[in-house]
Design a protein around this ligand. Structure first.
Ligand code: VG1
Ligand code: CO
Length: 543
């Protein structure tokens, strides 16, 4: 076994996006590519010397090989200890928990989240810090700068480590600890929730289906929902992680998880259904005959969290990403809680959680979480819903109706335009940004524009600033349109258009979502000129 330094060329050319670095798998497999990013991370954090890292991923194609290389590099760079999920598996929230619980200096999470996996699909790598959360904007910037000046990386000439067995071994002076990926996470869930109450709910005949989408939550959901809480065998669907996620998109939304939605919409479907994504940090919630939008889910959880032991003392505050609907703001107002609006991406919640300013937070993209870890957490959200249902003993539909009656309803939808020509997409955004000052007061379709700006965020904890985090148009009717370019796509540009319309009126609480949003959709089309500039008549994905 020997230490080797290999030369490499500065490589990234592009900054890591909303959540780590995401590229086509074949790009990550190019000799020196993964290595250069990992070395840049070690250099940016000072060095790996004497440090402990958690390593694991969502099991997608190239997960196992990449982990072996990161292990060799960590050892070669002088790390003290590596803690790895058995077979290289760790969900994102479980990795966050392990980093915190074991006092590690950081972690490498291998995932492209909800993007498909396979040699011709996507791969990703993100680095989380000692608080268990995604690297901050400024640290991400450092990775990039270091990568631009990198000329060599250090690794070992060594055989692969056996990751299939739990236990401790050694690699060139570094302790390699292979751990059960589920055990510590399940223990944390037991601390937060009243498992007996959920067990009683299920014993009384309440039925559920959880779609793991052939991704990492399979083992977690099987252990917790079936083995521990007593949901009948088979309640967890697509429970075995596969390298290409059964050739699907592990994206828990009504499009990619359609079979589950069809099931829960059928008369003999389960009382409750949920799905998670590739790396287990997202959640989709459904009740018999009803889909709960992620923005509404966040609001309902905020309003009911006190019913659950882990949040029995109430919430310190809440936060949502800017494009997420203001449903949670209404709950915060009623409960007298601080409510923060952050840019898209979980890294912006980290400081607020660390400072104890918020307990619960979420994003419209099916991400919900709390201060129990520093990532969004799919299965945790499912357990929170189940614990609330176990306390209230009414259906999901009744919970939603009750919520809208109390707080009013924020109709909400996101329209995605995928694989759009990047030049056209950027031109559309620049052109719109230039016109923003002239927009207030003018009409678009049937609506009058009240304000138009680019979202700017100043972190209330450390004062750091983030500019140009999405364009917001607020109309005099109170409806809102937001448009931004995705930072996680790997195929040209993805445009995200977010539409919202609030109604307090009891008579208008049960409209079809897209119908309720027709006016704001039309206005945004006129204002952005998106369809003309990008040659796209209609969105590819509507959630
Ligand atoms: C998307 C979502 C964002 C989420 C991010 C990572 O980013 O919109 O809310 O935080 O994915 O989610 P973008 O830049 O493509 O809109 V995941 O499940 O990848 O960790
Ligand atoms: Co994810």
């Amino acid at each position: 076994m020997s230490l080797v330094s290999r030369s490499c060329t500065p490589f990234l050319g592009q900054k890591p996006g909303t959540s780590g670095l995401r590229k086509k798998t074949r790009v990550f497999m190019e000799p020196g590519y993964l290595e250069s990013f990992v070395q840049s991370i070690f250099n940016a954090i000072g060095s790996a010397k004497g440090k402990a890292f958690v390593i694991g991923g969502d099991g997608r194609y190239f997960n196992a090989e990449a982990i072996q290389e990161i292990l060799r590099m960590a050892a070669a760079n002088g790390a003290d200890r590596a803690i790895i999920g058995q077979n290289g598996l760790l969900s994102t929230p479980a990795a966050s928990n392990l980093i915190r619980k074991r006092g590690a200096d950081g972690g490498f999470i291998l995932s492209a989240s909800h993007n498909p996996g396979g040699i011709d699909a996507d791969f990703g790598l993100k680095f989380n810090g000692a608080n268990g959360g995604p690297a901050s904007e400024s640290l991400t910037e450092k990775f990039y700068t270091h990568s631009q000046n990198l000329s060599e990386y250090t690794t070992l000439d060594a055989d692969d480590i056996d990751l299939s067995r739990v236990g401790v071994s050694e690699l060139e002076g570094m302790v390699v600890e292979v751990v059960d990926p589920v055990a510590d996470y399940a223990a944390l869930m037991r601390e937060i929730f009243d498992f007996n109450r959920i067990r009683a709910l299920l014993a009384d005949g309440f039925t559920l289906s959880f779609d793991a989408m052939h991704a990492v939550t399979g083992p977690y959901a099987t252990a917790i929902l079936e083995d521990e809480l007593g949901a009948p065998k088979g309640s967890v669907l697509n429970a075995v992680p596969s390298v290409d996620f059964g050739k699907g998109h592990p994206d828990p939304n009504p499009i990619w998880a359609k079979p589950l939605v069809d099931l829960v919409m059928s008369p003999d479907g389960p009382d409750f259904a949920a799905a998670s994504d590739g790396d287990g940090d997202r959640n989709m919630i459904l009740g018999k005959g009803i889909y709960v939008t992620p923005s509404d889910s966040l609001a309902v959880l905020a309003a009911n969290a006190h019913l659950v032991p882990g949040y029995g003392k109430g919430l310190a505050g809440v936060a949502r990403s800017m494009p997420t609907s203001a449903a949670v703001d209404r709950v915060a107002e009623r409960l007298g809680l601080d409510c923060y609006e952050t840019p898209t991406g979980w890294k912006f919640f980290g400081n607020l959680l660390d400072a104890g300013r918020i307990t619960l937070c979420g994003e419209e993209s099916a991400g919900t979480g709390s201060d129990h870890v520093r990532e969004k957490d799919g299965l945790w959200a499912v357990l929170l819903w189940l614990n609330i249902l176990a306390e209230r003993r009414i259906s999901v539909r009744e919970i939603m109706q009750d919520h809208w009656q109390t707080y009013g309803r924020n109709y909400y939808s996101r329209h995605d335009y995928e694989a759009v020509d990047s030049t056209k997409a950027e031109q559309m955004i620049t052109d719109l940004a230039n016109r923003l000052p002239q927009l207030p007061g003018s009409e678009a379709g049937n609506l009058v524009i009240a304000t138009a700006d680019q979202f700017f965020y100043e972190d209330p904890v450390d004062g750091s600033e983030s500019k140009n985090q999405g364009i917001r148009i607020v109309f005099e009717s109170g409806s809102r349109g937001v448009i931004r370019l995705s930072g996680t796509g790997t195929d040209n540009a993805t445009i995200r258009l977010y539409l919202e319309q609030f109604t307090p009126s009891e008579g208008a609480l049960h409209m079809e979502t897209q119908t309720a949003l027709v006016g704001v959709a039309e206005a945004m089309s006129l204002i952005t000129r998106l369809h003309d500039i990008c040659d796209r008549p209609a969105p590819d994905v509507v959630t």
